[in-house]
Structure formats: C-alpha cells, structure tokens
Ligand binder design. Structure first.
Ligand SMILES: [Cu+2]
Length: 502
C-alpha cells in the first residue's frame, strides 16, 4: 500500500482564517476545536467553550510579549557506548499549544515543536536513531554538518513509515549552530512548516577558552518562523511557489512574539531562521548594538558589532547580548524592521530582572579563530537562478530542475571552485550546499560584510545580485545536493546534485 501523503493544504475557506490583528482581536471561534493532521485533510470537531476558554476571550492570542519564551527540551542520550552518544527520536504527529487555549496539530521530532535540542561535542560522535511514525516518507538532514553522504538526509534517502534509520554524525568540525530537519523530496515546505525542525548545537574547546556562554541557561537556540492560523488554532498553509509562504505571525521557539526574562548577565542567543521563505532584519530597541560571534559554520575570526542583522531562511547567527548595563525592569524589544505588520515586526522582548549574580563568561575581544586557507579554485561556474512556467510554476538552477538520476557537478575531494550565483529574479534565494562549507568571495551588491566572511552553508542571494562563493569539497566523497532553501522553491525543483569524487 502506498504511504499516505501529507495534506497539501490544511487551510480552510477564508472564513476560517484567524488574522493576527492583536489590537482589535475578538475571539469568535469555538474554543479548543480538536483537529488532526492525520489523513488527507484536516478534520475538525467542535468542543464547547470552557472557563479556560472564556479567560482568553479578553485578550487576543496574538498579543505580543505575553508568553514566556519556551525553551525546546534538550535531548538525552538513551545510551553512551565507547564515547558515542546514542539518541532515539520518533518523527510523529503531536499537539502544540502555540496560541494560548488552542491546540495546534503539528509534526514533530518527539512530537514537539521545535524538536529537542541536541548538544554535541566536537570529537565525540553521535548516533540519532530516527523512527518514522508518520504515514508518509520522511528523513533527516543535519544542516551545516560534515556528514557522510549516506547519513546526510539526501532527498531520495527516505525512512519509510514504520521504519527507523540510525544517522551517524562524526562531529569532526568546529563548534557551530547546526540544525536538523526533514528533507524528503518535494514536501519540505509542508513538513518544516508543520514542525519538523530542531537545533543541534556542536561545542568545542575553543569556545570554552574564549569564555563564551555555554551554560544552557545563558546559551540558547531561538527558532524563528512565520506562521498563519485557522480559527481553530491549527496552522494555516497556502502554497505560493513564486513568493514562498508568508505568515502574519512570528513564532520564536513556537510562541507568538514571546517575552524572555533575562538576568543582568551575558547571553549567547543562537538565532535560526527556520521560516519557509521569510527573511528577518533584526534590530534591538533604541538601536542598541548586538555582537555577532558566529554564523552558519561557527565562530567568525573576530566579533562583529551590528545594529541590524539580516537573516535569510536556513541561516544561523549567534549574538551576544549583554544585559549587565540595564536597570531591572528594563524592557528591550527585538524587532524585525522588515516586517509589514505588527505581527511580523514584533519578534521578542527581553525583560531584565533584578539581580543576576557574578558573571562567569566573557565578551571576546580581538581574534577568536583563524579561518583555514582554501586551496586555489580550479574551476569557475555560473549558476543562473530563474523561474520556469513551462510545466507549472517551477524554479531552475542553470535552466535545470532537480533530477535525482543526474549528477550536475563532479568535483574532486579536497579541491575548491568559484561558484557564481546569478539572481535576475525578484526573490531572495537562500542557496544551500549540503555536507560541506563555503566562503563568500564577492557580492555585486557591495562589499562582503565582515559577519559574512566566516564559514557558511547558506547564502541569501538578493534580487538582482550576483554573489560568488568558494565551496571546499571536503571532508567526504559521495552524492550531495545544493538547492534553494526557500522551501517552496527547493520542492519545486530548484535543486541540483553533486558527487564529490576521489
Ligand atoms: Cu529560491
């Protein structure tokens, strides 16, 4: 029997749309409607209003800065054998309380959104046994990881329903904020939107030497994603292959524009843009600066002071925020200045508490690392990014759509090339390379920002821009993909394949 497909559109009619208009919101829907993602469409049944429901009628579930920032659970190994930490996760359906008083059906690792945070250490391998309890194929890609091809979560290497796969991660790279997510071909826009994302925080001795916060209380992941809701509280998704999905509400770790209670201490905030297609331009209230210490592939050479931070889908940015200089009771809002509405502008508010105790971590000054020198490039390639309408709306790289039976590039292991992303379209294309890292060499839109000069695995190629990157085809041979991480673009064929050969 063929596996059931995920529902293509869990949205109902426009009448069912619960808009994020927190200023004028009136709760008109039935409280706690039960819905399920099971089967080919969302089923709904109504339940009577409860006292809990009435309590929420006074305030909109979209009112910003009312919920405390949720922290995803930290994964605990089921065993440790000969220095290898073994984890076990179920890829399954779940229910999340995203809007207070509502139940939102999700897909989730361990049934939660975002999935459990895996904290790994350089030099200490992990094995993650993933069991697919969904009714359709799934797999897991460790985004940004140096991972052998067979464990990379290639779009065609899927876990069938009811089956398991042991993903082995060598963790031989430098400390970085990695993340894991579904990569089964053609449905990532849907499955990531409904919750199949989690962070994987790889640490090493260098960040300890630098005194960066490593205590989970002060070192935490912040998963950004824009969503929309039906009146029963379920996620609303409508496919738009050209623009990509745009929601009217920003979630941070699965809560609407939450508040985060902070001590007068130093915090290391690891932002992940897990949105389908939205970019964020983060800015602190009153234009205070933020200190960026790391990007996709780990530490920058030097910390970079930033007044705004642009983060495209799939990118990670580590920011140090120092609340020691703030008076207790201070409220500092982090905004997305590119948002088009209150719901897409308000990201997070930091509420400074009294006290905090002695600081044990340090703000790094000067050089944090020396980036490895890449071998001289031995080829130069140009990849044109464009839309095709000959077979429905699809996206193309160099006039090609994804074909799993075709290898588009065969670089030699250990070599490097110059790859020029040429984007004549009017969309941002966050181009991502699996299994290896690159550096940004040149941008037609201006100088390469100091914060973009570290190791990268994703670059947001802007409308009209030509950006040149230098990938280093290391450390493994084998088949990998590179693709646009605007998920609707990647699903609709904006993906090619490389095979690294010895
Ligand atoms: Cu794209």
């Amino acid at each position: 029997m063929a596996p059931k497909q995920p529902p293509l559109d869990a949205g109902g009619s426009r009448r069912d749309f619960m808009r994020n208009g927190f200023g004028s919101f009136a709760l008109v829907c039935t409280f706690a409607a039960q819905s399920s993602l099971r089967g080919s469409e969302v089923t709904k049944s109504s339940a009577p209003a409860t006292s809990a429901g009435r309590r929420f009628q006074a305030a909109s579930p979209f009112t910003p800065f009312t919920r405390d920032l949720p922290i995803p659970p930290t994964a605990v190994p089921v065993s440790t054998k000969q220095g290898v930490d073994v984890y076990s996760m179920d890829i399954t359906e779940g229910i999340a309380e995203i809007l207070p008083g509502f139940e939102t059906p999700i897909y989730g690792y361990e049934g939660v959104y975002p999935g459990p945070t895996i904290r790994a250490t350089k030099g200490r391998p992990t094995i993650v046994r993933q069991t697919n309890k969904l009714a359709f194929d799934s797999n897991v890609h460790l985004h940004g990881g140096y991972v052998p091809s067979a464990h990379d979560g290639h779009p065609m290497d899927v876990i069938l329903p009811g089956k398991s796969f042991d993903y082995t991660y060598p963790n031989k790279q430098d400390a970085a904020t990695l993340w894991y997510h579904d990569h089964a071909h053609g449905r990532t826009a849907h499955t990531l939107y409904y919750g199949l994302v989690g962070t994987y925080l790889l640490s090493d001795d260098r960040e300890e030497e630098l005194g960066l916060p490593t205590d989970p209380e002060f070192d935490l992941p912040l998963v950004l994603a824009d969503h929309a809701f039906n009146k029963d509280g379920s996620f609303r998704y409508a496919e738009n292959v050209d623009l990509g999905f745009r929601g009217d509400t920003i979630l941070v770790n699965g809560a609407v524009s939450p508040r985060m209670s902070v001590k007068r201490r130093l915090y290391r905030l690891r932002f992940l843009n897990a949105s389908n297609a939205r970019s964020y331009n983060l800015k602190l209230g009153n234009g205070r600066t933020m200190l960026q210490v790391a990007s996709d592939g780990g530490l920058l050479e030097r910390p970079v002071s930033r007044s705004t931070v642009l983060i495209h889908p799939a990118e990670r940015v580590e920011l140090l925020l120092d609340f020691r200089g703030f008076r207790p009771g201070s409220e500092i809002v982090l905004q997305n200045v590119d948002g088009e509405s209150a719901g897409t502008k308000n990201v997070l508010r930091f509420d400074v508490e009294r006290g905090g105790g002695a600081e044990e971590f340090r703000v790094p000054r000067g050089r944090m690392r020396t980036l490895e020198k890449l071998p001289a490039p031995n080829a130069s390639r140009r990849w044109d990014l464009g839309l095709s309408t000959s077979n429905g709306v699809q996206w193309r790289i160099a006039d090609r759509g994804y074909d799993p039976d075709r290898i588009d590039v065969r670089p030699r292991l250990g070599t490097s090339e110059l790859w020029q992303w040429h984007n004549p379209s009017n969309r941002v294309h966050p181009m991502h390379l699996h299994g290896m890292l690159f550096r940004i060499v040149e941008r037609s839109t201006g100088v390469v920002h100091p914060a973009d000069r570290g190791w990268k695995d994703t670059i947001g190629v802007l409308p009209g821009e030509t950006a040149t990157v230098q990938p280093w085809f290391t450390p493994y041979t084998g088949r990998y993909v590179f693709h646009c991480h605007a998920l609707e673009h990647g699903d609709k064929a904006m993906m090619l394949q490389l095979e690294v050969e010895r």
